[in-house]
Design a binder for this molecule. Structure first.
Ligand code: GRG
Length: 304
């Protein structure tokens, strides 16, 4: 369990980091751009997401004593890729959702065509940030950029979404359910945690640390998704700021629709336990994990 001092340190860290992240995102899609697609991208990006992925990236960077400024473009790029994925996921051709981050979804507020373009613009903007950093930085920046592209692409998030669409029923194997969510939700969380390591370390360096971070990120991706499924089954749309209960109504495979609520809760606790084990092993190597432990706990106890 984290001490209350760690909780308030984390809250302050999140406040400061979110300010910096939001400042950079505001500059990328600034309000002076009058084009409707830029306005729609900004509408979704500045709509009050929790900024979990960039904060995880910055905290892991601090743990490894990386220079924060050189990681900022990657942190913001991942948030832009995440936001594009939510816009596209909400489209009528995918989940057909009307509420996101407490507001009408991008295609409801604008139009389907504009929402599609807004997602594309966010994705391109993300790679602009990454490539700018690559052009002025070390080989580590290139390694980090390639890592993000792989995690966001067909071997990662897009691949998971594709598998999910192809498996539109609750009669699937456990292996396939885990595979979908390791990629669809897990890959970007994994990238957020691994980017500082990949940025700093050559292949083959600090294998023990890499394995511990991979274990932490893998289990956190799954615990985050199972928690999302539990909240979807037990909360209201007002609490969550997005439509809830739709997965069950649509016959989608989630941890709750496949295993039932109680078993999903058990699976959640099993994944959560492994996140703390991985963080313990990093602490045993001498790393200061206090804020990452506090954030992990906050994610596991979240109400939205
Ligand atoms: C369309 C290529 C493409 C991919 C979509 C990530 C994804 C793949 C779809 C999102 C579906 C979904 C709601 C999954 C549950 C877990 C999840 C990613 C929740 C949203 O992330 P939060 O809670 O959201 O970090 P905020 O709004 O706080 O950023």
């Amino acid at each position: 369990m984290t001490e209350s001092g760690e909780v308030s340190k984390l809250d302050e860290y999140i406040r400061n980091a979110s300010q910096t992240i939001n400042g950079l995102l505001e500059r990328v899609f600034d309000a002076s751009q009058t084009d409707v697609t830029a306005e729609a991208a900004r509408y979704s990006l500045i709509a009050g997401g929790k900024r979990i992925r960039p904060i995880l990236l910055l905290l892991t960077g601090d743990l490894l004593e990386a220079e924060r400024e050189s990681l900022m473009p990657f942190a913001c790029a991942i948030e832009m890729i995440h936001t594009y994925s939510l816009i596209h996921d909400d489209l009528p051709c995918m989940d057909d959702d009307t509420l996101r981050r407490g507001r009408p979804t991008c295609h409801v507020r604008y139009s389907e065509a504009t929402a599609l373009l807004a997602g594309d613009a966010l994705l391109n903007g993300a790679y602009e940030l990454i490539l700018e950093q690559c052009s002025r930085s070390t080989p580590g920046a290139m390694r980090a950029g390639i890592y993000i592209a792989e995690c966001a692409g067909i071997k990662g998030m897009i691949g998971g979404q594709s598998e999910d669409i192809a498996t539109n029923c609750i009669h699937i194997t456990t292996d396939r359910l885990y595979s979908i969510h390791r990629k669809k939700t897990g890959a970007l969380i994994h990238a957020s945690i691994m980017v500082p390591f990949v940025y700093l370390c050559e292949p083959g360096d600090k294998e023990e640390v890499r394995l511990a971070l991979e274990s932490f990120s893998g289990h956190l991706g799954l615990s985050f998704q199972i928690k999302d499924d539990l909240l979807d089954a037990s909360s209201t749309s007002e609490q969550m700021g997005k439509t809830v209960g739709k997965d069950e109504a649509d016959g989608k495979a989630t941890f709750v629709t496949v295993f039932g609520y109680e078993e999903a809760e058990r699976l959640f606790h099993a994944e959560a336990l492994e996140t703390y084990r991985a963080l313990d092993s990093l602490a045993n190597m001498g790393y200061d994990t206090a804020l990452l432990v506090a954030l992990t706990q906050k994610l596991h106890e979240r109400e939205k």
